[in-house]
Ligand binder design. Structure first.
Ligand SMILES: [Zn+2]
Length: 672
């Protein structure tokens, strides 16, 4: 259910303020490649300079403006952590936890000395299990370690968004998407062959005999392939309403008896379960049948792998190296992420707000929040005007849409109250993985404890240092962490065109998520309610079908097409974000004038600023992976495909019929 938070970009890479990331303010002419005509390929024109000046490093699958900010941020975090490490921290303090978990991750000598030792006892425990203990095993792994056979998580109830409920979903897979098991696109066949070898190796490295490791790998691949076949694909998963199936424990027990459900809920920490939400009942049915056909050994191998795949990143270098060798087939990376960055990710993620509190105090200017709230206000007004003046919606639906817009909660910078991490302990006497496992379990327990309780609306879904933003339909809120409020997204010193084209579109993008194919199904309170007149809903579908088809016609690499149905919500958000931010910009003094800066008109600067946000180099393998797994279009198409529906863009760059950037007006679409 975490998928229901609509982030601006897929990666939750943490990052924050880099005050000197840009040497110029606003649109940087050096980002442009003057050898490309904007009418031919606007992305290559607007970003080509940046792309040439920032070749992709070996450790990256993609390196773009977002990643550049992330990089600056990590360096600043490292300084903070080094300062913490240099001084004594009181035992049990947040400083001690951050410091010690970071240092454990940095201690390569110890990690290599301990090797597979930290997982051996748990693997023995799994292998000693009997079939009758299946429920206990699932409970043990669902405490944050893995999601064997099904997933389980707490989130606001879609029909009563003030109260948290429990969602039961289809299981996770070892490979990035079901297609990697079932399709022969790209190098997927080769990936499958190598996956089995990889599984064999990590089991052998964990102490299994060669023969047992071979058997385990075979069992896991066969079982996961079945689960992939059962699983809903990502387009079907966008259909939220069909996944709201409230179910009581007696019904679960009657329909899916492979688990003792009363024992399960008690085991994960819930004493009195009323109703839960079953998301894909047909998948659960098939899993139930499948489990009946599995041998004890097949179950144990699958459980062991679910465990091991969580642990592997926190073991010795041989594990890291082997895991990298396999994963590079999927990502295209040429080099392992440096140790300090991997080590930093743990406190930055698991103690994210504690790190964020230190970070904000040092790097986030107060004025940024005020300026941002003002921008959000202007964007809100602009979206309201777009709703009022749109030509396809009836008045009654417009009124409901405006009510929803006016009810948005806006969060900027960092939370008003910081999270308490007292339940998390870090003990350097224990191994790195033992500590990380403890942290994961504490986090899982914290989440589960929310079941049946009122939703804490003050909570944030991203840490303040994150370079990203999101809309949460269950709270009807838009959230902009401090991390994204820096150049090139947001710059005090820049002209309005640059700010509206970048952070302005980001704000408009998040707002539009409230009115995309999924977001529109939720009302002003975050409840799944149909507030649309049926004829308006039909018109919305017809318009968004056009947008989906536009994107599906894009060839991203070789003969692989973009998936316009899967990326529809994000493409609607980019489309609305551009339209709404452009209108808001046209109300500024600069927007109404015609004064050129660096040779560019205000409108040109708006669109150049927008494009520069998506400048990136990306590896071919990563193009495939993202096309299969990321609901956002690739940066190139967030620019070139999105702009073809924006009339002002054609005017700004004199794009004419016959130009490659030209789309026949009859084929263009205006939704928001
Ligand atoms: Zn988005």
């Amino acid at each position: 259910m975490k998928a229901l938070k609509y982030a601006l970009i897929a990666t939750a890479l943490t990052s924050a303020i880099a005050a000197d990331a840009a040497t110029t303010h606003g649109v940087n002419p050096a980002n442009i490649d003057p050898s490309v005509a904007p009418q031919d390929d606007f992305y290559d024109y607007a970003c080509g300079g940046w792309i040439k000046a920032n070749p992709i490093g070996d450790e990256y699958a993609r390196f773009g403006t977002f990643d550049e900010l992330g990089e600056n941020n990590r360096k600043q975090l490292r300084d903070l952590f080094d300062q913490l490490s240099a001084s004594e921290q009181a035992k049990g303090s947040v400083g001690q936890k951050v410091r010690d978990i970071y240092l454990l991750g940095m201690d390569s000598v110890r990690l290599n000395r301990e090797g597979a030792d930290p997982v051996k006892a748990d693997l023995q425990f799994i292998n000693a299990m009997k079939r009758a203990q299946l429920t206990d095993m699932v409970i043990w792994e669902h405490a944050g370690i893995g999601s064997p056979f099904f997933g389980c998580g707490v989130e606001a109830d879609m029909l009563n968004s003030n109260i948290n409920t429990l969602y039961i979903s289809q299981p996770g897979l070892g490979l990035p998407d079901r297609d990697y098991y079932l399709s022969n696109e790209g190098n997927m066949k080769e990936i499958r062959t190598q996956y089995v070898k990889y599984l064999e190796d990590i089991f052998a490295m964990s102490g299994y005999t060669k023969k047992d490791a071979k058997r385990a790998a075979k069992n896991i691949m066969a079982l996961e392939t079945k689960l992939a076949e059962y699983s809903w694909d990502r387009v079907r998963l966008r259909d939220i309403a069909s996944q709201y199936n409230p179910t009581d424990v007696a019904t679960l027990q009657a329909n899916y008896p492979f688990i003792d459900w009363n024992a399960y809920f008690k085991g994960i920490g819930i004493d009195n379960v009323g109703q839960v939400v079953l998301m894909q009942p047909d998948v659960m049915q098939k899993v139930n049948t499948l489990v009946g056909t599995l041998t004890d050994q097949q179950i144990k191998d699958y459980m062991a792998y679910n465990y091991l795949s969580s642990a592997i990143g926190y073991l010795g270098d041989d594990f890291i190296q082997r895991s990298f060798e396999f994963s590079r087939l999927i990502s295209g990376k040429k080099e392992i992420t440096p140790r300090w960055k991997r080590a930093l990710n743990v406190p930055n993620g698991m103690l994210g707000e504690a790190v964020g509190e230190l970070y904000v105090a040092k790097y986030f200017p107060k004025e940024a929040k005020e300026r941002m709230l003002k921008l959000v206000g202007n964007l809100k007004k602009s979206l309201a005007e777009h709703i009022r003046s749109n030509t396809w919606m009836s008045d009654s639906t417009k009124i409901n849409a405006l009510v929803k817009l006016n009810s948005f909660t806006v969060k900027v910078g960092y939370p008003d109250k910081w999270r308490d991490y007292s339940a998390i302990t870090v003990d350097p006497a224990q191994s790195y993985w033992t500590n990380v496992k403890g942290m994961i379990k504490a986090e899982a327990a914290r989440e589960i404890a929310k079941y049946g309780k009122p939703v804490d609306k003050d909570e944030w879904g991203m840490s303040p240092q994150t370079v990203n933003a999101y809309y949460n339909p269950l709270a009807n809120e838009i959230v902009f962490p401090a991390g994204i409020l820096q150049p090139p997204f947001f710059d005090f010193e820049a002209d309005d065109a640059s700010n509206y084209g970048a952070i302005g579109v980001v704000i408009g993008h998040e707002m539009t998520h409230g009115f995309d194919d999924q977001g529109r199904q939720f009302d002003q309170d975050g409840n799944m309610t149909d507030w649309w007149a049926p004829a308006d809903a039909e018109k919305f579908k017809a318009l968004t079908d056009i947008l989906a088809d536009q994107y599906s016609s894009i060839v991203v690499i070789d003969d692989l097409h973009a998936n316009g149905r899967f990326t529809l919500g994000e493409n609607i958000a980019d489309h609305g974000g551009l339209n709404v931010a452009y209108s808001a910009f046209k109300k500024t003094v600069q927007g109404q004038g015609n004064e050129k800066i660096d040779g560019f008109t205000p409108d040109q600067r708006f669109f150049l600023a927008y494009a520069s946000v998506w400048a990136a180099n990306i590896r071919p393998e990563e193009i495939v992976r993202r096309t299969k797994t990321d609901e956002h279009s690739l940066g190139r198409w967030r620019v070139n495909a999105a702009l073809k529906n924006i009339p002002a863009f054609y005017e700004a760059f004199s794009i004419k019929a016959g130009d490659k950037m030209w789309l026949d007006p009859a084929k263009r679409v205006t939704i928001w």
